[in-house]
Design a protein around this ligand. Structure first.
Ligand code: MCN
Ligand code: CUM
Length: 796
């Protein structure tokens, strides 16, 4: 059972010895997962269920001449074959994306990336459905593809989106932030300017469980039950109501246990819509689950930013301004998930953790013949790219000035007294105290000794590198007045019910994918009401049984829904006071709270526990005017600002001079996410994100050949790190609470993925400094490192 195991100080609360709901409790969900009792989408089997499979385009760009389904339909186990033409008749061939574009559900006119959905087969079993795909005869007329984003806006480049009225090129958007003129002026008078092209390549979240859906349409009542791998069940339901024309109250979206999301399960994929169409057409439930290659080739990729970074500084190393232009590859449809006002997500936080005089960034989005998506994989809405750029550029500046990169950072940090800090691109950082985190990381890793060791090794011809990064994250979107997705304001709900016996249930609008919400959200309630976490059930992932909200991504669950739970609990507590007063025949003002109990001020022996009050609420005692007979509350929380967690990461690598292989020897991560609810879960989140970071820095990469063939379509080609490639993580923490969050907590879910790639790449580049190398692009594979050492062009 969940027992208190460690008590850690929590400076956010008046009593520093009080943890949040018992602190490091074991995860409530784990017994289920460890014993094989998790219930993932593919575990769900409905009576009479059929199986769908998608025929995908083998080419990146072609006119669709014909799709002949005759033979497939003749297969004895096939129940239906759906083509783009069929969907056109239902007005469902195109679906709106999360970024005000449209995306083909099934191709009608052209195919625009390799792996694009062309036809959907529904059959008695998965094997028959797959067999029948081979019986569909498609004629394609090849078109030249646009593969290199740098060529996308060339005059005469093939126009990918000729379906869009008025679209005569491959331009998606231009967006900028900051003050261009002021920035240019600072650059003009700076002693030192460094500039570098920094590419954040296309990578994939690659969760263990791929995406899938089961649609169960009941024609008599017109009800749709949709099981989905979804990080945002409520937003999906609303979108399905808008797209499919099924009334929202007749749609129930259920997200069962999810085997990792990492952003991959934010969007609505054609397969989900096709499962619904398949169920409507056949009158039976239809399951569609993609395989690994489909997942890697067609669902949300991440990054793909080509960035030109520039830094202006004094000769003494005071950074004055940063400037960047970005070319963003959005693939064939602009389907990125981010608040509407931010087409480049929160990239404009690329000013990092530094106090600057000026900053400017501009981002141009382009279409290419690649899979759509564009913002997923623990990205905090493009903060990954922003942090990578600035942290790489600070190292480039350090090399130029021959300064130590850690010292250069320390010299330029926003100082604690400057918080709340408004940066030069409009963000207000809620709180921060950077130097102690940086010093802690340097102490933990033994920075000065490592630099001495490095010098000795260099003399012996050995390649050792030390990489430093310091990041500021921005997580917890809204507030709703500034942020929406397809018009839905970014707020989240929580509903608390205390049952008559004092046990409780808390219902959330967010949806865990492995982050441990069943534990930590119970802990927030436990902290506020004094009900032990094991007596609290957390319900999520079912739109019929949870309040509305925008879901889990951008590490917003704790900042937003966590706030909602704390405030709902406080409503319950206030109500409990009124009921306790009635039960004790005293005035509410005469009662005082201690964790789990209201008691009479001056006579602590006279009081009522939450459990007693709950029973009283549902009992026979006369309740005061206006107080209903329950102990329930509901809150929709609209956060006043985002939260700004931060961290200092230092990585040590050894590079084999013969093979170019990078070995990560050590990695120290000091994180600050404000009040930590469950330190064990926080550390787990950090460990996972650090592994992601090592993966992206050293091996993960979705490449394309000149025809637009995807080269990262299996785990043979798309390498993800295992325990072998990562070191034992060394973590530390500081606690700088968020001043505006009800319990002082900031998000942590993406910090390590955001902060670690620059630490690793900075270490690799540092190791290669003897070769005069100042920058190299990820992933730092042995072949690329070796080529860099030889001064040869970068291999793919
Ligand atoms: N937490 C805490 N104290 C804090 C902050 C967080 O104890 N101060 C706990 C939370 O209560 C929660 C977990 O840490 O149990 C992560 O919280 P939060 O930072 O709010 O992030 P979310 O719950 O919103 O999770 C989303 C985030 C994102 S966007 C990606 S991508 C990612 C990540 O989480 N995907 C993951 N971590 C993942 N971890 C797993 N196992 N699987 C994924 O798919
Ligand atoms: Cu951007 S990946 Mo997470 O926000 O689900």
């Amino acid at each position: 059972s969940a027992m208190p195991q460690e008590r850690e100080p929590n400076p956010a609360l008046s009593d520093p010895d009080r943890p949040i709901g018992y602190g490091r409790v074991q995860r409530k969900e784990d017994p289920r997962f460890i014993r094989g009792r998790g219930r993932y989408l593919d575990d769900i089997v409905l009576p009479g269920m059929l199986h769908g499979a998608i025929l995908r385009s083998p080419v990146a760009h072609a006119r669709l001449v014909s799709v002949d389904t005759t033979e497939a339909l003749a297969h004895p186990k096939v129940r239906a074959v759906v083509t783009g033409k069929d969907l056109e008749g239902l007005n469902l061939a195109w679906a709106p994306t999360l970024s005000a574009d449209v995306q083909a559900v099934l191709a009608t006119d052209k195919v625009r990336f390799q792996g694009q959905e062309v036809a959907f087969v529904v059959a008695d079993d998965r094997y028959a459905a797959r067999d029948a795909l081979e019986l569909i005869d498609v004629e394609y007329e090849d078109l030249p593809p646009v593969v290199d984003a740098r060529r996308a806006l060339d005059p005469g480049a093939p126009v990918i989106r000729d379906d869009k009225e008025g679209q005569t090129d491959n331009h998606v958007f231009d967006w900028e932030a900051g003050d261009a003129a002021a920035t240019d002026a600072v650059f003009a008078r700076a002693d030192v300017v460094v500039s570098e092209e920094v590419v954040y390549p296309r990578v994939h979240p690659a969760p263990m469980e791929t995406c899938g859906a089961i649609a169960d349409y009941e024609p008599v009542e017109g009800r749709l039950t949709l099981y989905e791998t979804s990080q945002a069940p409520h937003a999906h339901r609303t979108l399905f109501a808008m797209v499919a024309g099924i009334p929202e109250h007749k749609i129930r979206v259920i997200s069962p246990d999810i085997g990792g999301g990492f952003g991959n399960k934010v969007g609505i994929y054609p397969g989900y819509i096709l499962a619904v169409v398949g169920s409507i057409v056949t009158g039976r439930p239809v399951k569609w689950v993609e395989d690994r290659s489909e997942n890697l080739m067609s669902t949300s990729f991440a990054r793909d930013y080509i960035m030109r970074g520039e830094v202006a500084a004094t000769r003494e190393g005071k950074i004055l301004a940063v400037r960047t232009t970005v070319l963003a590859d959005h693939g064939a449809f602009n389907a990125t998930a981010q608040p509407t006002k931010y087409p480049a997500g929160f990239f404009s936080i690329f000013t990092g953790s530094y106090d600057l005089e000026a900053a400017h960034c501009s981002v141009t989005g382009v279409y290419t013949n690649k899979a759509p998506g564009g913002v997923a994989y623990a990205c905090s809405f493009r903060v990954t790219e922003a942090v990578y750029l600035v942290e790489r550029m600070v190292d480039v500046l350090a090399a130029e000035l021959a300064m130590d990169p850690a010292e250069l950072r320390l010299k330029n940090f926003i100082r604690p007294e400057q918080f709340p800090y408004r940066n030069k691109t409009g963000w207000e950082y809620d709180s921060g105290d950077y130097e102690p985190a940086m010093r802690m990381a340097m102490d933990r890793i033994g920075y000065a000794d490592l630099r001495r060791e490095q010098a000795e090794r260099r003399d012996r011809g050995e390649l050792m590198g030390i990489g430093v990064s310091f990041f500021t994250e921005t997580v917890g979107a809204g507030p709703r007045k500034h942020m929406d997705i397809v018009g839905l304001g970014m707020a989240d709900g929580a509903e608390v019910r205390v049952h008559p016996t004092g046990k409780a249930v808390v219902r959330l609008s967010v949806q865990t994918q492995g982050q441990g919400h069943e534990t930590t959200f119970a802990q927030i309630l436990a902290e506020e009401l004094g009900i032990p976490p094991e007596d609290i059930d957390v319900v999520h992932g079912d739109t019929d049984n949870t309040p509305f909200g925008l879901g889990t991504y951008g590490s917003r669950s704790t900042p937003v829904s966590g706030g909602a739970v704390a405030l709902a609990a406080r409503k319950v507590k206030d109500k409990a006071r009124l009921i306790a007063a009635a039960m004790l025949e005293t005035r509410p003002e005469d009662l005082e709270w201690e964790k789990g109990r209201w008691f009479v001020a001056g006579d602590p022996t006279v009081g009522k526990t939450i459990a007693e009050i709950a029973l009283g609420a549902h009992g026979t005692v006369a309740l005061p005017e206006g107080v209903d007979g329950n102990l329930d509350a509901e809150v929709t929380y609209d956060p006043p600002n985002l939260t700004f967690p931060f961290g200092a990461y230092i990585c040590v690598v050894d590079v084999d001079p013969g093979t170019g292989k990078v070995h990560v020897r050590r990695f120290v991560a000091v994180d600050d996410c404000g009040t930590r609810i469950n330190p064990m879960i926080v550390e787990g989140q950090i460990h996972g994100g650090l592994a992601d970071g090592v993966g992206m820095a050293l091996m993960e990469f979705i490449g394309f050949d000149e025809q637009g063939n995807c080269l990262g379509g299996s785990f043979m080609d798309y390498l993800i790190p295992t325990a072998v490639e990562v070191p034992d993580w060394e973590t530390g923490y500081t606690v700088t609470p968020s001043p505006h969050h009800p319990i002082g907590a900031k998000g942590i879910g993406e910090s390590a993925t955001v902060g670690s790639p620059p630490a690793v790449v900075n270490a690799v580049v540092d190791a290669l400094a003897p070769f005069g190398i100042r920058h190299m692009d990820m992933p730092c594979t042995p072949a690329r490192v070796w080529a860099a050492m030889q001064g040869r062009p970068t291999p793919p």
